[in-house]
Structures are given as structure tokens and as C-alpha cells.
Design a binder for this molecule. Structure first.
Ligand SMILES: *[C@@H]1O[C@H](CO)[C@@H](O)[C@H](O)[C@H]1NC(C)=O
Ligand SMILES: *[C@@H]1O[C@H](CO)[C@@H](O)[C@H](O)[C@H]1NC(C)=O
Ligand SMILES: *[C@@H]1O[C@H](CO)[C@@H](O)[C@H](O)[C@H]1NC(C)=O
Ligand SMILES: *[C@@H]1O[C@H](CO)[C@@H](O)[C@H](O)[C@H]1NC(C)=O
Length: 394
């Protein structure tokens, strides 16, 4: 009776059969590390302060805490050491007066390394990022502009990029700064209010448009409210991840905690219900289900799985009928069956992540579906690591 077993083992060996790995989280992290992704350098080896590296580092930190394996910690640290000088100056790919929120997503890693190592260069680098927020341009209501060159625009992406850092810095160094806590809360609130699809909006899922222009002047701004025309999966994914991550940081005694929690309670069931019924995953342009050229997209899908599961795990969202967890599980099964492709070197190739989605052009359906889709895009792969960490806690 040994022969069938040997055949199976042989088949696994040469890759005919892919056994479900013990941990997709470990496999995702190891695949990214093997390809030198998210290490503070571009593929050409130039230093860069990049939000997607910050996203991966957030996942590697959680994996380090779960496994105790220092490989992950060391990778985070060497990645940051590529972009912070010995005196704590962020690398020159960052310019404070460009007033871009994206690079600040690496800030939580600086704070984490400072806590772990007590090396002051990490604190100094975080201080530079924090000072950016003091002079960062805002709308008349107080929303940080996504970038200085995007006049008066708030984007969902910017909430994930800026607010996790702002909140972690406040917790670590100014925990009694009520002004800072209310400012952080206001960033979430303003974005929600100004991008929410109301009931009479076309294709309404009650979700959030990608962004808004407070002055209602840019090409994509709706005339009466200034929002962009479509709900883009990754933008909403960033915002959902920001909600669940910031709720762990902001003190429950601060009134902002309940405000942000209410936003999450509102959106979580709507995200669940917006999934494609058969596959369980989400369209690139959520507002245009089934339209020709729309497709299922892997970064937004992974971000939703992470956010929904974390929301339930921490008791932020009531899932007494189990529908949120089962929606996340269903989506995850599709993801691992379709978007994780083992390679001959033991890593896997991550499929189907759209490379960009910006509001620097028309911001319409045609724009989103015309953007390139790539293999091993870190924004999606890091989100899959996060989703896997949550799935593996169930
Ligand atoms: C830590 O992780 C690395 C990368 O996955 C692996 O090669 C190594 O064996 C792990 N170490 C331990 C002690 O598990
Ligand atoms: C508290 O936060 C506000 C808003 O970010 C900031 O202007 C102020 O300098 C902070 N206060 C202290 C004591 O750091
Ligand atoms: C609902 O949203 C649409 C699209 O932004 C807008 O045109 C309309 O004025 C809104 N209706 C109400 C009652 O706010
Ligand atoms: C959760 O929702 C269910 C159904 O609406 C309700 O019966 C239950 O009391 C809620 N549980 C909590 C803890 O709010």
C-alpha cells in the first residue's frame, strides 16, 4: 500500500498537486522577502519611502509577533535603515513641503522600531513626519489634502496613509492631546460625509466614492457635492483597513472612538453585501457590477477580508448570524484558489492586483478598467498577508 502514497508525494514534489500550505501568511511574507519586496528600495535598488512598504511592514510585524521569528523583524529594520540616515533624516525621496500623505504610511514602522530598539534615529524620523501634519494644507472643513498638488482634494487612500501614523504618534508621545484625537476623528468623518453614496445616488451601495474635491472644480467632481463618480475597491479597502486599525489605537475613552466605530458598523455589512454572489469577491469598480471590462480585483478583496474579520474579532461589529465571517471565508477560498500561483522556487506569484487608481485623470469607469494589472504587486500581496493573518486566527 506504499505505492499510492509515494505517487502522491512525488506529485507534490514536482508540483502537480499543491497541498494547502500550513500558513499562507508565512508563505506570503516569505515570497515577498525572497523577491526583496518592501525593503526600502525600488526594484532598481534606489532608496524610496513607499506606503506599500509600510503596508507590508505592518503585516510582517504582526507575523513576527505571532511566530517570534526574528527574520521578519530584521527585514523590517533593514528596510527602514535603507531610508533613514544615522541622524534620523528620512531619505531624500521624501520632501516635507510636497505635502503628500503617502510616505507617512511608513511612519508607524519608525515608531515600532523606536519602541523595540530605543534608537533615537527612528524617533527623529517620526518627528519629521509628524511636523508635516502641522503645516499640511487642509480644506476649509479641515480635511488634509491628499497632496499639495491636488488642490482641496480628500481621497480615501489618504486616511490609511496619514491617520494610522498620526494616531500611533499621538498614543506614543501625546496621549492627552485631545486636539489631536479630535483632528484624527474629523479626518475619518469628513471623508465619510463627503464621499458617502446616498440612497438616491446612481448604483448606490451606500459605500464611499474614491474621493472628493471640496471646491467642486476638478474634472471628475460632481457639481453639487464634489465627489468622484465611482466606488473603487482599493480606495474603500484602504479606508476600511484604516477604520479597524485606528480603533485599536485611539483610546476607548475618547469620544472619537465611538464616532469611528459607528462608521465601521455602518460600512461593514454594506461591504459584505457588495460582494459578487457566486465568487464572494469584489469588483474593481464596485458601482458597476458585471459591466464589460470590469473584473474581480485582488487587492481590494484582500483588504475587505482583513477588515471584516478584524472588525468581528475585536467585537466592533455584531456578527451574531455569522454572515460577515462566512462572507470573508468564501472570498478567501476564491482568493487562494485563483490568485495564489505556486512557482518552481517555492514562492508563489500573486495575481490580479491593479497597479494604480488615481484621481489625477477622469476618475470614471473607463479610467479604472484601463489601468494595468500586475503579478506580485505589493499593495495586493501585503493585503493578502494581512487577510491571511486574520483567517489563521479564526
Ligand atoms: C523564520 O522564518 C524564515 C523565513 O520563513 C525561515 O527560513 C526560518 O526557518 C524561520 N525560523 C524559525 C526558527 O522558524
Ligand atoms: C496637539 O495636536 C495638535 C494637532 O495636531 C498640535 O497642533 C499640537 O501641537 C499638539 N500639542 C502638543 C502639546 O504636542
Ligand atoms: C444624493 O447624492 C447625489 C449624488 O451625489 C446628489 O446629487 C444628491 O443631491 C444627493 N441627495 C441628497 C438628498 O443629498
Ligand atoms: C447582535 O444582533 C442580533 C440580531 O440583530 C441581536 O439579536 C443581538 O442582540 C446583537 N448582539 C449584540 C451584542 O449587540
Amino acid at each position: 500500500m506504499l505505492r499510492p502514497l509515494l505517487i502522491i508525494l512525488f506529485a507534490i514534489q514536482i508540483g502537480f498537486v499543491t497541498a494547502r500550505p500550513q500558513s499562507y501568511a508565512v508563505w506570503a511574507a516569505d515570497s515577498a522577502i525572497a523577491r526583496k519586496q518592501g525593503n526600502g528600495l525600488t526594484a532598481q535598488g534606489a532608496a524610496i519611502i513607499s506606503y506599500e512598504h509600510g503596508e507590508l511592514q505592518w503585516g510582517l510585524r504582526l507575523l513576527f509577533e505571532r511566530t517570534g521569528n526574528r527574520t521578519y523583524f530584521d527585514y523590517i529594520q533593514s528596510g527602514v535603515d535603507n531610508v533613514v540616515t544615522a541622524d534620523g533624516t528620512p531619505h531624500g525621496s521624501y520632501t516635507l513641503t510636497d505635502y503628500v500623505l503617502d510616505p507617512l504610511r511608513v511612519g508607524p514602522t519608525f515608531l515600532y522600531l523606536y519602541k523595540q530598539t530605543k534608537q533615537t534615529k527612528y524617533k527623529a524620523a517620526a518627528d519629521v513626519f509628524r511636523s508635516q501634519l502641522n503645516s499640511h494644507p487642509r480644506t476649509a472643513e479641515g480635511q488634509f489634502w491628499h497632496k499639495l498638488r491636488y488642490f482641496n482634494q480628500g481621497w480615501l487612500d489618504g486616511i490609511y496613509m496619514g491617520e494610522i501614523f498620526y494616531a500611533q504618534y499621538t498614543t506614543d508621545f501625546q496621549s492627552n492631546n485631545a486636539t489631536a484625537w479630535s483632528d484624527i476623528t474629523r479626518q475619518f468623518q469628513l471623508m465619510f460625509k463627503n464621499t458617502l453614496q446616498n440612497e438616491t445616488a446612481p448604483n448606490s451601495f451606500g459605500l464611499l466614492y474614491h474621493g472628493y474635491d471640496f471646491s467642486h472644480t476638478t474634472v471628475w467632481a460632481s457639481p453639487d457635492r464634489g465627489h468622484s463618480p465611482e466606488v473603487w475597491d482599493r480606495a474603500l479597502g484602504w479606508y476600511m483597513m484604516a477604520l479597524v486599525d485606528v480603533l485599536e489605537i485611539i483610546p476607548t475613552s475618547d469620544p472619537g472612538h465611538a464616532t469611528i466605530l459607528n462608521i465601521l458598523k455602518t460600512l461593514a455589512p454594506r461591504v459584505r453585501d457588495a460582494a459578487h454572489p457566486t465568487t464572494g469577491v469584489w469588483w474593481l469598480v464596485i458601482t458597476q457590477p458585471g459591466r464589460a471590462r470590469n473584473y474581480f480585483e485582488s487587492s481590494g478583496t484582500s483588504m475587505f477580508i482583513y477588515s471584516l474579520l478584524k472588525a468581528v474579532r475585536l467585537g466592533y461589529v455584531n456578527d451574531s448570524d455569522g454572515s460577515i465571517v462566512s462572507a470573508a471565508r468564501k472570498a478567501y477560498d476564491y482568493v487562494t484558489a485563483n490568485w495564489v500561483k505556486p512557482t518552481s522556487d517555492g514562492t508563489f506569484d500573486w495575481q490580479n492586483t491593479v497597479v494604480v487608481g488615481s484621481l489625477d485623470q477622469a476618475g470614471d469607469f473607463n479610467y479604472y478598467v484601463s489601468q494595468a494589472v500586475d503579478v506580485n504587486d505589493l499593495k495586493g500581496l501585503a493585503a493578502f498577508l494581512l487577510a491571511s493573518l486574520e483567517i489563521e486566527r479564526l
